[in-house]
Ligand binder design. Sequence first.
Ligand code: C2E
Ligand code: CA
Ligand code: CA
Ligand code: CA
Length: 279
Amino acid sequence: AKQQGRGLLRFFSPEMTQRAKERLRMEGDLRRAIERDELLLHYQPQVDLRSGELVGLEALVRWHHPQRGLVPPGDFIPLAEESGLVVGLGEWVLCTACRQMALWLEAGVAPRQTAVNVSAVQLSQGRLVERVSEILRETGIPPERLELEITESFIMADREQSFASLTELRALGVRLSIDDFGTGYASFGYLQRIAAQKLKIDLSFVRDVTTNSGNASIVRAIIALGRSLGLAVIAEGVESTEQAEYLRALGCDAIQGYLISRPLPVAEITAFLEQARSA
Ligand code: C2E
Ligand code: CA
Ligand code: CA
Ligand code: CA
């Protein structure tokens, strides 16, 4: 034990940068966060641009850190991915979102589907398919109530394993959506291999779509591509009616963003679902 202690002391030598120490502490905190029940999900509505109907929700993870308060995912997902912790975290997210869907189904207020973000790291591990299938069985929700948002970056990880996982997930009946479309390493060939139902336009293109003709061209091209492949196209990060109108004119199917609602905690999104149902 004494030797181990010395080893640790050497590990924490002054040469180690403050940043690295900080990182290591965050990693330990994150490892404990799941057991300690510090993670939670917020849900953001997705709305059809023509009918105004609610078409689904996206689940977005939040971390209620005991000292730091609410930590946004941008501050810990990259760390979770590098350390491999994203696998356990991702399973927690899947499980929690599916359990919540089961509760909403029981209450008669369920949205058509909940979309869950899946990291490339999860996808490159064969166990994702097994876990998804277990979670579906445990919660008893119909597979088409679950949508997985996959980023183009999955191409970077173990490509063949990832394609195989996606094919098996589709065979299970879960829905697939390509997230952050246009920001990564898209090739048209892989789009066909994935058999997704949805393309999601990244908010970086949506932000100034009404004023930046370059971004408007990109958005128009993504919508045309989606249509020709028979995919639904949704734009994220829509904050103004001008953006919504513009996207509708371009033929976009659905939107998600602050214009409709911020991501909301369970109690508030449930109230939103009840309202949407009686509307
Ligand atoms: P994303 O998947 O692209 O999610 C969209 C982000 O845009 C979310 O940030 C959302 O809160 C934000 N957003 C939504 N509407 C608007 C808007 O009108 N304006 C602006 N400015 N922003 C808007 P969030 O929740 O901070 O999540 C950031 C990223 O963290 C996500 O980007 C996703 O890549 C990742 N993430 C979140 N939850 C999970 C998760 O459960 N698993 C994994 N692997 N990644 C997650
Ligand atoms: Ca997403
Ligand atoms: Ca993303
Ligand atoms: Ca995005």
